[in-house]
Write a protein that binds this ligand. Structure first.
Ligand SMILES: Nc1ncnc2c1ncn2[C@@H]1O[C@H](COP(=O)(O)OP(=O)(O)O)[C@@H](O)[C@H]1O
Ligand SMILES: Cc1ncc(COP(=O)(O)OP(=O)(O)O)c(N)n1
Length: 273
C-alpha cells in the first residue's frame, strides 16, 4: 500500500480547533497520514489564548531530525512558529531534508488578538522561510504585516500578492476571510495570473482555526499529488463545509467542523440514508 504522508510544524491549540490539532484532523479526513513537530503549547479555548509556552529551537530541530531520518513527508506545512530562532531551525531542516512541497501559513495573531509570532521574527520569516515555499497562505492582516501595505481595495490585495511573490514563494494565496461582502474570495497568484476561488460568506462567530484547516487541506492535496488548482479547490470546499456546519461548542469563537466535508461527500455518494 502506498501511504501519503504530510507533516505539520506548528503550535498546539488545547481547544483542538486550530494549530496542530486542526492540521492532523484535516489530514486524516482527507486520507493522508499526519505527522507533527510541535513548536509551542498554547493554553487556548474559544474565548482566547490564555498562555503560550514555546519549545526550545533544539526541541523543534530534534523532532524534525527524527522525521527526516526515517519518514519522508510528501508535503509539509508550517503554522505557528513563534520566534526567529524556531523559524531559523525550521528553515534549516526543511532545506536539509529537501522538503520542497512546502505550504507556509504565516500565522501571526490569533483572531482574538493574541500574538502567535514575535514582532522581531517577521524579518526572519521573510528572509529564511519564504524563499523555500511552494505556497504561502496569508490572511489580509498577515499580508499587511509582510508588505507594510494597507489593503483597502481589490487592487491593493493584488499588489500585495505580487510583492509577497517577489519574496520567494512560487504561489501566493491571499485569503479573504477578513474581507467583507457576500463572497469569501481567495486569490491565487502564480507570478503571472490571478485565479479566484469563491464561496458564500457565512455569518458566524465559529471560525476558530479556519486558516490552519484551510492550509492543512491544501497541504494534503499537494501531498496526494493533486495539481495546485485542484488542491486549492478541494481546500476551499473543505473549509466551506467546515464553516457551514460548525459545531457550536464553547462560549466564544468555536471551532469549525472537520467531519463535514467527508459526511457531505458520503451523502452525495448516497451512503448516508
Ligand atoms: N465567514 C466565512 N465564510 C466563508 N468562508 C470563510 C469565512 N471566513 C473565512 N473563510 C474562508 O476560510 C479560509 C481561511 O481564511 P481566513 O479566515 O482569512 O484565515 P485565517 O484563519 O488565517 O484568518 C479561506 O478560504 C476563507 O475564504
Ligand atoms: C496554536 C495555534 N496556531 C494557530 C492559530 C491561528 O489559527 P488560525 O486558523 O489562523 O485562526 P484563528 O484560530 O486565529 O481563528 C491558533 N489560534 N493557535
Amino acid at each position: 500500500m502506498n501511504i501519503t504522508k504530510a507533516l505539520t510544524i506548528a503550535g498546539s491549540d488545547s481547544s483542538g480547533g486550530a494549530g496542530i490539532q486542526a492540521d492532523l484532523k484535516t489530514f486524516q479526513e482527507l486520507g493522508v497520514y499526519g505527522m507533527s513537530a510541535l513548536t509551542a503549547a498554547t493554553a487556548q479555548n474559544t474565548l482566547g489564548v490564555q498562555a503560550v509556552f514555546p519549545l526550545t529551537p533544539e526541541a523543534v530541530g530534534s523532532q524534525l531530525d527524527s522525521i527526516g531520518a526515517d519518514l519522508t513527508p510528501d508535503a509539509v506545512k508550517t503554522g505557528m512558529l513563534y520566534s526567529a530562532e524556531i523559524i531559523a531551525v525550521t528553515a534549516d531542516r526543511i532545506a536539509r531534508y529537501g522538503w520542497s512541497k512546502l505550504v507556509i501559513d504565516p500565522v501571526m495573531v490569533a483572531k482574538g488578538g493574541a500574538p502567535l509570532l514575535k514582532p522581531d521574527a517577521v524579518h526572519t520569516l521573510i528572509r529564511d522561510l519564504l524563499p523555500l515555499a511552494r505556497i504561502i497562505t496569508p490572511n489580509l492582516p498577515e499580508a499587511e504585516m509582510l508588505t507594510g501595505m494597507k489593503l483597502l481595495r481589490a487592487e491593493d490585495i493584488r499588489e500585495a500578492a505580487r510583492r509577497i511573490h517577489a519574496m520567494g514563494p512560487e504561489l501566493v494565496i491571499m485569503k479573504g476571510g477578513h474581507a467583507s461582502g457576500a463572497v469569501a474570495r481567495d486569490l491565487l497568484y502564480d507570478g503571472a495570473a490571478f485565479t479566484a476561488f469563491d464561496g458564500p460568506r457565512i455569518h458566524t462567530v465559529h471560525t476558530h482555526g479556519t486558516g490552519c484547516t484551510y492550509s492543512a487541506a491544501v497541504t494534503a492535496g499537494l501531498a496526494s499529488g493533486l495539481a495546485v488548482t485542484e488542491a486549492v479547490r478541494v481546500a476551499k470546499d473543505f473549509i466551506q463545509a467546515a464553516i457551514e456546519n460548525s459545531l457550536g461548542i464553547g462560549a466564544g469563537h468555536g471551532p469549525t467542523n472537520h467531519f463535514a466535508y467527508r459526511l457531505k461527500a458520503a451523502k452525495i455518494g448516497g451512503d448516508m440514508e
